[in-house]
Design a protein around this ligand. Structure first.
Ligand code: DX5
Ligand code: ZN
Length: 225
């Protein structure tokens, strides 16, 4: 697996032509499918559920990275495994017993991710960082595609990278929301390894070229005068 890992978000796909859009991702340089599940309670939007994810999995030739924006996600771990999730992320803010939930995901044979809202401090991850395979850092408030990137994310990403380095954790930093050609290089420089992109990919008439450009992004390096 080469970095950055690119995960187009199917939330921005054309659901009337979902098979076509899945095949477009299959034929592209994308690494994962990012699949956003919203329940209308944890976030003010409802996306899609098991039948749609199963349909994606039937065609997908790449792993499904499922991002649960739902309350009590521990109730559905087995169901998401059954419809094909390879990576399952739950929100820190939605889990009373996060440590238990992370391990329940791993026991089902999936990679376990923790998603955090923009207001959630990195310091709260200290005691679970070694258990997680991935931290999905939200760079917009979850619920909708196509929102404005929150600039504070760069600093927060560096802080998370420091926590990961100090703890000896192997977990990957994923950035979700407002990723494009401007934000991507700065995010990689700050330590991001996985880039989710919805609107930037599917809003283009050349989505495969956009994915290729993201895959070939190099971190911005700061040059000193
Ligand atoms: C937002 C979702 C994102 C969304 C990203 O709640 O978690 O995955 O699809 O969309 P863009 O890339 O359009 O900001
Ligand atoms: Zn997402």
């Amino acid at each position: 697996m080469s970095f950055p890992i690119i995960a187009p978000s199917v939330l921005s796909a054309d659901f009337a032509n979902l098979g076509r859009d899945v095949e477009m991702i299959n034929a592209s340089q994308a690494d994962w499918f990012h699949v956003d599940v919203m329940d209308g309670v944890f976030v003010p939007n409802i996306s899609f559920g098991f039948p749609i994810i199963k349909s994606i999995q039937n065609l997908a030739k790449k792993p499904l990275d499922v991002h649960l924006m739902i309350v009590q996600p521990e109730r559905y771990i087995k169901d998401f495994k059954e419809v094909g999730a390879a990576i399952l992320s739950v929100h820190y803010e939605a889990c009373t017993h996060l440590h238990r939930t992370i391990h329940a995901i791993k026991e089902e044979g999936m990679k376990a991710g923790i998603a955090i809202n923009p207001h959630t401090p990195i310091s709260l991850l200290k005691d679970v960082i070694k258990d997680a395979d991935l931290i999905c850092m939200m760079s917009v408030n979850p619920g909708f595609g196509g929102q404005k990137f929150i600039e504070q994310t760069y600093e927060k990403c560096r802080e998370l990278r420091d926590l990961i380095d100090k703890s000896g954790s192997n977990c990957l930093i994923e950035i979700d929301g407002g990723v494009n050609q401007i934000t991507a290089p700065k995010l990689l420089e700050a330590g991001a390894k996985v880039l989710v992109a919805g609107n930037y990919v599917f809003g283009s008439t050349q989505p495969q070229a956009i994915i290729q450009a993201l895959k070939n992004t190099h971190p911005h390096t700061t040059t000193k005068a």
